[in-house]
Write a protein that binds this ligand. Structure first.
Ligand code: MLT
Length: 323
């Protein structure tokens, strides 16, 4: 009899805990965007997050926590309680480039976080103010080499995607240092590019494609193997004469390590549903996003991508000038 009672108590406790967990999420979820509003990370977070909210039955509230190339916001997100109520939209910079850029980084994207999945591939464009002298990529390369003391380049802080991808570009051009201006995101940097205060930057396609189409800025090339259907007139770096400059950026969701499995599963499912939604797909594709494969939408697939790119970038970034 005593055994039976103990068994019943244990069974009841298990059911109660399963019910408590199956209620997730019971309140809004904060998605930290580690850059200013209006930039590529913010744009993708808001498009995907809005649809995920519908699946989850609770709102995903985007909070912009900018600073230190995105590492301030990601640190805040990954040191929050691992309860599924704080997640982050990070990217190639915050998850694969930052560890090699910041030796004292307070988070570990490889072993110390819960990946949810990739939200989108974001090809890199070399963009410039519309009246910047060089007419094409070959002229741009020659101009930057000849005028490295006066060319202004914008980026979103050390370890950001714009900094990382332009650092690779400058390394290949043999001009490691330019006049660099750091912003809290490439959203605000884009405003200064449009108004002509900045000469050029390397940015993710999603925030610049509309401006390129409108002619308020110009794009010299896309650093991908293929042209983007969103900007079919922009040549690849290979076509435009700089074939060795190839780099793919991306944005994806992660959370503190130690979250309940059920919360992980529900977020993974909500992300997958968002990326299958026709309206979300159209909005992302129109901006030039590359939709993730099934595998890349999983925690393991996304973790593998982070590691692959960290391995690739670390040796180059560790040696790069931090400016
Ligand atoms: C942003 O959202 O502002 C960007 O992703 C910044 C960057 O990493 O270049």
């Amino acid at each position: 009899m005593k055994k039976l009672l103990l068994g019943l108590t244990a069974a009841l406790a298990m059911t109660a805990s399963a019910q408590a967990q199956s209620k997730y999420p019971e309140r809004p979820i904060t998605m930290i965007v580690p850059f200013a509003a209006g930039g590529p990370t913010d744009i993708i977070a808001r498009i995907v997050g809005e649809n995920m909210s519908k699946t989850l039955g609770q709102q995903i509230v985007v909070e912009n926590v900018a600073g230190a190339g995105g590492t301030t916001g990601i640190t805040r997100a990954l040191t929050a309680a691992p309860d599924g109520y704080t997640i982050a939209m990070g990217h190639l910079g915050t998850f694969s480039a930052a560890p090699a850029t910041y030796p004292g980084l307070k988070y570990d994207p490889i072993n110390g976080m819960q990946t949810i999945g990739l939200a989108g591939g974001t090809p890199i464009l070399i963009v410039a103010k519309k009246n910047f002298e060089p007419k094409d990529l070959k002229e741009f390369v020659a101009y930057v080499k000849a005028n490295s003391d006066k060319v202004n380049e914008a980026h979103a802080g050390l370890g950001s995607v714009s900094w990382t991808t332009c650092t690779l570009l400058k390394g290949q051009l043999g001009v490691p240092k330019l006049n660099s201006v750091a912003y809290r995101g490439t959203g605000p940097a884009l405003n200064d590019l449009v108004s002509g205060q900045i000469d050029f930057m390397c940015d993710q396609i999603v925030s610049v494609s509309e401006q390129v189409k409108a002619g308020t800025i110009k794009a010299y090339a896309i650093a991908s193997a293929q042209r983007s259907p969103a900007l079919p007139d922009v040549p690849t770096t290979k076509e435009a004469g700089l074939p060795e400059y190839q780099i793919e950026a991306w944005n994806g969701i992660a959370a503190p390590k130690g979250m309940p499995k059920e919360a992980v599963d529900k977020l993974v499912d909500a992300l997958d549903k968002a990326l299958n939604d026709e309206t979300v797909k159209k909005r992302l594709l129109d901006l030039g996003t590359v939709l993730p494969t099934k595998e890349e939408r999983t925690p393991a697939g996304f973790a593998a991508l982070i590691k692959r790119d960290a391995d690739k970038l670390s040796p180059v970034l560790a040696a790069a000038p931090k400016q």
